[in-house]
Write a protein of this length. Structure first.
Length: 378
């Protein structure tokens, strides 16, 4: 994909192509703007203007998908979600091709696409679900834009490989405590302290690896989460998953003590390595001064789970466990949502839907006590 070129005078020049709604041929376009973003905005407007001249019957799936991404997603979602969007586009192209129109995709064709991914390709049900949600949102926009009357993704059945037995999704309180003790007594490493932060706070992996000591406000007992480390691509800090992910997380006293000791030891032994600049000191790095990968952390957790005698998990299980623990502690849903950095409470409820035995027993006791109070008139 071409990028705007900076000129000697400081302006940006940009060449792009737009498909004519009349001839169907690609037309070269050229613009000069003050910033690269303005060049992209001109391209999006040109493509949108061209699409507005196309009748609903002739609107193609992939060009509309690309316009939807450029207009509504780029700059508003993080790298991880943008990667899922790109993977969804690739899957649509592989199954439907480049020439199919939006209106040609009915519920049967759409379901066949889901079946292809979940049954023929044997993808995990969660992976198929992610692609389904993205495609459904795109079709919803097509309806709002006047290109469709019905959403072919409505009432679709998500199929795919059941990964329930492959990795445990959460931890019971007893498992959480057992694993924590195993990790606490293990040798110092980046994996050890990243695990502890994620266990106590439910932060995402990339949010945790991007932390610096300045993000910890021990005076006010909070952690500032306002960035994420892109370990897959740029090896630099980037934006959080969504704007809602930027948040202040309350620090438990136990974790405060752990991190204070870690920072003190790190500064004393000069293990906090400067990766890019004097202002960017990542806390949790390997021997080369680089934040570790998610794969490395999950290998670490697999070993510790074996020692703890519990089913293996990935680091993401800590987010589910955090929701469970907050619910057991009596925290309300809005507080839980804000602490986890979810877009809205419905996402938090999806985590909570894996109702464990402890939560069930707690709610059972609360319900029984409530009805006893009613009957006794108290």
């Amino acid at each position: 994909m071409a990028k705007p070129k900076k000129l000697k005078n400081g302006m940006y020049s940009y060449r792009f192509k737009v498909k004519s709604p009349i001839s169907g041929k690609w037309i070269d376009k050229y613009t000069t703007q003050f910033t690269a973003q303005q060049c992209y905005d001109i391209e999006i407007k040109a493509k949108n203007d061209a699409l507005m001249g196309i009748s609903p019957e002739k609107m193609l799936l992939i060009p509309f998908f690309d316009l939807w991404v450029d207009t509504f997603k780029k700059g508003t979602v993080g790298y991880e979600h943008l990667g899922k969007i790109k993977a969804t586009r690739k899957s649509l192209v592989e199954f439907f091709g480049l020439e199919i129109s939006l209106k040609a995709i009915d519920r049967i064709k759409y379901q066949r696409w889901l079946n292809h991914m979940g049954i023929e390709l044997n993808l995990a049900k969660k992976t198929v679900s992610d692609k389904h949600k993205i495609a459904k949102a795109m079709f919803t926009e097509a309806i709002d834009s006047g290109y469709l009357f019905q959403n072919p993704a409505n009432k679709a059945k998500v199929v795919g490989r059941d990964t329930t037995g492959e990795r445990k999704k959460t931890l019971t309180p007893d498992e959480w405590l057992t694993l924590k003790e195993v990790i606490l007594t293990s040798e110092d490493s980046a994996s050890k302290y990243i695990s502890l932060v994620m266990m106590y706070l439910g932060t995402r992996f990339q949010e945790t690896t991007g932390l610096t000591k300045n993000d910890f406000d021990f005076k006010n007992h909070v952690l500032s989460v306002d960035k994420a480390f892109d370990y897959k691509r740029t090896k630099k800090n980037t934006t959080t998953k969504t704007v809602n992910s930027v948040r202040m997380v309350d620090l438990p006293s136990d974790l405060e003590t752990i991190i204070k000791d870690y920072i003190a030891k790190s500064e004393q032994s000069k293990k906090v390595v400067n990766l890019h600049s004097a202002k960017q000191e990542y806390l949790f790095t390997n021997e080369f001064g680089v934040p570790i990968t998610n794969k490395a952390l999950n290998k670490y957790l697999e070993k510790k789970c074996k020692i703890a005698g519990i089913p293996k998990i990935t680091s993401h299980a800590f987010r589910h466990a955090r929701v469970d623990l907050l619910v057991l502690a009596g925290s309300d849903m809005i507080y839980t949502q804000k602490q986890l950095g979810h877009k809205d409470a419905s996402v938090t409820l999806q985590y909570y839907s894996t109702l464990n035995k402890e939560i069930r027993e707690k709610n059972k006791r609360i319900t029984e006590e409530f009805f006893k109070n009613i009957e006794s008139g108290s």
